[in-house]
Design a protein around this ligand. Structure first.
Ligand code: ADP
Length: 472
């Protein structure tokens, strides 16, 4: 089958979160099964762009409303990612360093989507599936079905994967000019609550919709930032497929970011060496359990609860543990976490920013990884941490519920709690501290986690089943 993934992120080209990891891995595993999966994404000005060589494969001239622009599609020459990678360049809009966060993001992603559809219009043999990811590419299912300009693409099946329904790309109707001409009576396929909602439109127009875990799909029906009724209505075409992890990139035996590699056979020694590096670098006490947090410092991740939870843990449980935080996000949360730093007694530190290398070192060197998420569509961190023998401390929600079993349950290995609250987190910290000192139990849990299989091989087959249901 021929599949074209259209995405705003793809690791290692450009990544801001889990979307990048998934789009960087999924096509590789699809190709390993004998399919032909490619990726097209915007040509940001990233390191990857300058470090690789490219062929120009298409040049086009098109319009977004009354603004006419040129776009260029380039292809990476060697396919060294395990799939064909195409980048779309629109000067003035996509030629930026960061993926998101600009005032004209709406125009940027609209221009990207128009360029992709125009480019597809020029293909002699169309792909079987156009697979779009999240709201940044959510207008494509509407455009291919309802814009006369793309009539040639109208029979091509479209699949939407929702990595995060909190963000929907909502824009006022005054922006409808950004979408290539369409029949006005189809406005309902773009609209949600009197605005153009690209994510809602994709749910309506795509032939199939997938979410990145089965539990998240159920949750969307009662908690999806205003789209609850839509998910209930469209449930017939929605499927929850758990993400996998790229076990070649995330492998404690070969991870290029690690100085000390290890496997399940020498996990205690391996983890100790990695922990020592972190403790040296961040002034932490090696003898105490090391609890970490990696991620965006936003409410969705429960990061606003961290400052109080860390203070309460020190106050109520004694200074018997270390905390290390890696992330960036809301300034208030960053400030709250930074304010704890001067109070550290060799047991707390924070790195504000994005640091891929440090994240790998933390998965390897931490004893526990805290994830008090309010919303977690799938969550990759807990799967990475388990592969590196680090015990996840997760709130039972979305993909966390689907991947972590509490160690108190049969064959369990994690620490689970129900509420995203300071009390539940502090209680989980207490359980972590108790577990840490029971070395035999901790070793059994670590072994159990490292033997779990979260690889893409299984998940990819579910995606292929979804495609097959549309194409055959
Ligand atoms: P998200 O909702 O942010 O997409 P996921 O759990 O799906 O959450 O994916 C998060 C990914 O981003 C993981 O690979 C994680 O290691 C990485 N990540 C998040 N924040 C940082 C950071 N500050 N530095 C390095 N990696 C980070």
């Amino acid at each position: 089958m021929e599949i074209l993934h259209v995405s705003a992120e793809c690791y290692p080209v450009a990544k801001a979160g889990g979307l990048g990891d998934v789009v960087g891995a999924l096509p590789k595993y699809m190709n390993a099964l004998g399919h032909s999966a490619r990726v097209v994404m915007p040509m940001y000005r990233t390191k990857f762009l300058y470090a690789n060589t490219w062929d120009v494969v298409h040049k086009g001239y098109t319009n977004m409303g009354n603004w006419w622009f040129e776009f260029t599609v380039i292809k990476e020459k060697t396919d060294n990612l395990g799939f064909e990678l195409y980048l779309v360049d629109v000067n003035g809009l996509l030629d930026r360093e960061k993926v998101y966060g600009y005032n004209d993001d709406t125009e940027r992603f609209a221009a990207f989507q128009i360029s992709v559809c125009d480019w597809l219009n020029s293909w002699s043999k169309l792909p079987d599936i156009i697979h779009v990811h999240d709201h940044h590419t959510g207008l494509i299912p509407f455009m291919v079905k309802h814009c006369p300009k793309y009539r040639k693409l109208a029979q091509t099946k479209t699949v939407l994967t929702i990595h995060n329904a909190q963000y929907q790309g909502i824009m006022g109707w005054n922006r409808s000019i950004l979408i290539p001409q369409w029949d006005m009576w189809k406005w309902g396929m773009l609209d949600w609550n009197n605005a153009i909602n690209p994510l809602a439109s994709a749910v309506k127009c795509a032939d199939k919709v997938t979410t990145v875990s089965p539990s998240y799909l159920q949750e969307l029906k009662y908690m999806s930032n205003g789209l609850e009724a839509l998910f209930e209505y469209e449930k017939g075409k929605c499927v929850g497929i758990l993400n996998g992890i790229d076990d070649k990139v995330w492998d404690p035996q070969n991870d290029t970011y690690l100085q000390h590699h290890f496997s399940v056979d020498d996990l205690e020694a391996g983890k100790a060496k990695n922990k020592m590096l972190l403790c040296d670098q961040f002034n932490l006490d090696f003898d105490k359990p090391l609890i970490g947090f990696i991620g965006r410092l936003v409410g969705e991740k429960g990061a606003d609860l961290l400052p109080q939870s860390i203070s309460d843990s020190f106050y109520f449980l004694g200074r018997r543990m270390n905390f290390l935080v890696l992330g960036s996000g809301f300034p208030e949360v960053e400030a709250g976490l930074s304010a704890l730093k001067p109070l550290s007694q060799f047991d707390y530190n924070i790195y504000i920013g994005y640091n891929e290398a440090l994240s790998h070192m933390m998965y390897a060197g931490l004893d526990f990884l805290l994830m008090p998420s309010r919303v977690e569509p799938c969550g990759l961190n807990q799967m990475y941490s388990m592969r590196y023998g680090t015990v996840p401390m997760v709130r039972r929600t979305g993909g966390l519920k689907d991947t972590v079993i509490d160690y108190g349950d049969v064959d369990g290995y994690g620490i689970c709690y129900n509420q995203a609250s300071v009390a539940d987190i502090t209680h989980a910290v207490w359980r972590a501290t108790q577990t840490y000192h029971n070395k035999e139990k901790l070793h059994t849990i670590r072994q159990r986690m490292m033997n779990l299989d979260f690889s893409w091989e299984t998940s990819v087959k579910h995606y292929i089943d979804v495609y097959s249901s549309l194409v055959i």
